[in-house]
Design a protein around this ligand. Structure first.
Ligand SMILES: [Zn+2]
Length: 456
């Protein structure tokens, strides 16, 4: 072989390797979406929490995109998941509360993937996501919502999900796994309860939903518990979820799958007058959620942009190489395009919650429970509008000065920015909703919903 031919070969080899380096990586073959119900971001070690509540998630996050400012669009399970699956805000998709079924109309992520030929399976663990109450089974070939009682424990749900995962291997797979063990009443197993037990009990808790008082997770039965005992049980319950995540990821080939781990809402612990609950307040602890996105070729990154669960669907379809059908008009944004290519995304997040006066009794609000609390989290300021029984109230917080939302700013503070946020929030709240169909619970349903704090 002449010298010239060798040079030519070398040139070809270099061109080829260059082409390989520049070609976009093949889209992930499978999608795993894990929803950790009721897990607030700041109680995860991946988000800086001092206790090792979720070491497997932290390990996943080290090789993934971790969104530090991700927001749920509602503090309740049903509407939050409806947003996740439709890429629409609650006023747009119409499933604005638990037990309000997703109206016909919005196309779901599972429908798009199923039409594209994927195997689609959902395995859920909590009452509000039952197909009958949520209509979120749309597009899933398998939607397993057989709960033992009002919930299903993580090991049972995960075992069924894994059996489906293995059996569906010949096709591209979309697995949705919903785990509910961190939802109250917190009842971690004895091993983890011991591991997370603190020395001190903390002050006795007076005001919390009745469903949290049911059982004592460790030691002898006691009616009144200290704040720290509840926090310990909550943290131990998150670790239960992380063990399920570890079992699942042991069977997922991360070189060929996109994995998303998130929560539908957080949990108010000791911050407020009303403790150990969610759904009725729009403070950070109830709406700021973990969001971790791992996919081959994506690499590791910490993202500080304000993002929302409404962005998950429009991020996933392009990432998976699946075209967005014309009928699907997501309200959210493709976060890969936002982060990598600087595509525009508004620098705020919407959220909502149920208007329940007992949660705000210390503030003296009498709320109109037929309407919802709406919040807009801007870059520095956050506006919360409460539907009052006689007139609406609003609170403005400066998150840079008061991250714990303890001191609403006096009326007239930051007038221009406050007015801008109010205008955006008004447009949002005025979105004409699709006609929704309320699922009327049976007597048994009602008892179960009450036991989980969904009915008063
Ligand atoms: Zn939930």
């Amino acid at each position: 072989v002449g010298r010239r031919a060798v040079l030519h070969l070398l040139f070809l080899a270099a061109a080829l390797s260059n082409a390989t380096a520049c070609a976009p990586p093949a889209p992930p073959r499978d999608l795993v979406l894990v929803s950790l119900d009721t897990v607030r971001a700041d109680h995860l070690d991946a988000y800086g929490y001092a206790r090792p509540t979720a070491p497997r998630l932290a390990e996943l996050a080290r090789g993934a995109w971790l969104f530090r400012n991700a927001y749920a669009q509602d503090a309740n399970t049903g509407p939050s998941h409806a947003t996740l699956f439709t890429g629409l805000y609650p006023p747009q998709h119409g499933a604005v509360d638990n037990n309000v079924r997703l109206p016909a109309g919005p196309t779901t992520l599972a429908e798009v993937l199923r039409t594209d030929g994927w195997a689609t399976g959902a395995f859920v663990s909590g009452w509000p996501l039952r197909a009958m109450a949520s209509a979120l089974d749309r597009g899933f070939e398998v939607y397993d919502d057989e709960l033992d009682d009002k919930r299903r424990r993580g090991p049972q749900t995960t075992e069924r999900a894994l059996a489906w995962w293995r059996a569906s291997a010949p096709r591209r797979r979309f697995l949705f796994l919903h785990l509910y063990d961190a939802h109250g009443p917190y009842e971690p197993g004895a091993r983890l309860a011991r591991q997370f037990k603190s020395e001190r009990r903390g002050p006795i808790v007076e005001r919390l939903p009745s469903y949290q008082r049911t059982r004592y997770p460790f030691g002898k039965r006691r009616e009144r518990r200290g704040e720290q005992e509840y926090v310990d049980a909550y943290d131990a319950s998150i670790r239960e979820l992380d063990e399920r995540l570890a079992e699942l990821l042991a069977e997922v080939d991360l070189r060929r799958a996109a994995v998303v781990v998130l929560a539908d809402h957080g949990e108010s612990l000791t911050e407020r007058f009303w403790k150990f609950d969610h759904g009725g307040q729009a403070f950070e602890e109830e709406i700021r959620v973990p969001l971790v996105l791992a996919a081959p070729g994506l690499g590791a990154r910490i993202v500080d942009d304000i993002v929302e669960l409404v962005d998950v669907l429009p991020t996933l379809l392009p990432l998976l190489g699946v075209p967005t059908p014309p009928a699907l008009q997501p309200a959210g944004h493709d976060l890969v395009a936002v982060v990598r290519r600087g595509a525009a995304r508004p620098r705020h997040a919407f959220s909502s919650a149920r208007a329940l006066s007992p949660r705000h009794a210390d503030r003296g609000y009498r709320l109109d429970r037929e309407r919802r609390i709406h919040a807009l989290r801007g870059e520095r300021l956050k506006l919360i509008v409460y539907p009052g029984a006689s007139e609406d109230y609003q609170e403005l917080y400066d998150l840079a000065e008061d991250a714990g939302e303890r001191r609403p700013l006096p009326a007239g503070a930051h007038p221009a920015e406050a007015a801008r946020l109010a205008r955006i929030l008004q447009r949002y709240a005025a979105t004409p909703a699709l006609p929704a169909e309320r699922h009327e619970p049976s007597a048994e349903d009602a008892a179960n919903l009450r036991a989980l704090g969904y009915l008063d």
